[in-house]
Design a protein around this ligand. Structure first.
Ligand SMILES: C[S@@+](CC[C@H](N)C(=O)[O-])C[C@H]1O[C@@H](n2cnc3c(N)ncnc32)[C@H](O)[C@@H]1O
Length: 191
């Protein structure tokens, strides 16, 4: 992952977070009150782990956070966090998750090629898989947050969100670089 050494990078170091991307989740959470005490949260694409660190604090010791990533995580995590190293397209969710989640997060990013249309399609594939997982493992009235790339199939993805959620928001956090095509799609109140 490319490391940007800006204000958020230094703030993350100071506050003990492993990545600056934590401030994207924090900003969205503060605006939409996504995470609550005792929530059960699934974090798709969780490495290196800053969203896990933040979500674990927000749900508290009565809550639980499960993370999945292709990469392993070096970080020492709180006791209410479990991490699985796996590909979300291949992981046997049905066998592993008996209880549904209150919130599903995805900060997953594809390997980028530099070709906008290819990268947008790859990002969309990850978002659609997150939506499929939410369809099966998110509680009714639960929330799904995904990182998406604008352009190409984005409008189609937004429409799919509208079919599954009562409210759909698009949000670009301040800590997301202005030149980046990334935005966050938030589905609230699963139908
Ligand atoms: C931007 S990073 C996530 C950062 C994380 N939210 C944090 O705050 O530390 C994106 C992650 O998505 C993961 N990823 C991409 N495709 C994936 C897949 N098919 N299954 C699981 N993880 C995937 C990558 O391995 C990468 O670690």
């Amino acid at each position: 992952m490319k490391q940007i050494q800006d204000h958020y990078f230094h703030k993350a170091k100071k506050e003990g977070y492993v990545a600056r991307s934590v401030y994207k989740l924090q900003e969205i959470d503060q605006k939409y009150h996504l995470l609550a005490k005792r929530n059960r949260v699934l974090d798709l694409g969780c490495a290196p782990g800053s969203w896990l660190q933040y979500a674990a604090k927000q749900v508290g010791c009565g809550g639980e956070v499960v993370g999945i990533d292709l990469s392993s995580i070096a970080l020492k995590l709180p006791e209410n966090v479990t991490v699985v190293q796996a590909d979300i397209f291949e992981y046997p969710f049905r066998e592993q998750f008996a209880q549904p989640f209150d919130v599903i997060l995805s900060d997953m990013a594809p390997k980028t090629t530099g070709v906008k249309s290819v990268d947008a399609q790859r990002s969309c594939n990850l978002c659609e898989q997150a939506l499929q997982i939410a369809n099966e493992y998110l509680k009714p009235t639960g929330s799904l947050l995904v990182k998406a790339f604008q352009g190409g199939p984005f409008e189609q993805l937004r429409q799919q969100f509208r079919e599954q959620f009562s409210h759909v928001k698009i949000y670009k956090p301040k800590s997301s670089r202005q030149e980046s095509v990334e935005v966050f799609l938030l589905g609230l109140q699963k139908k």
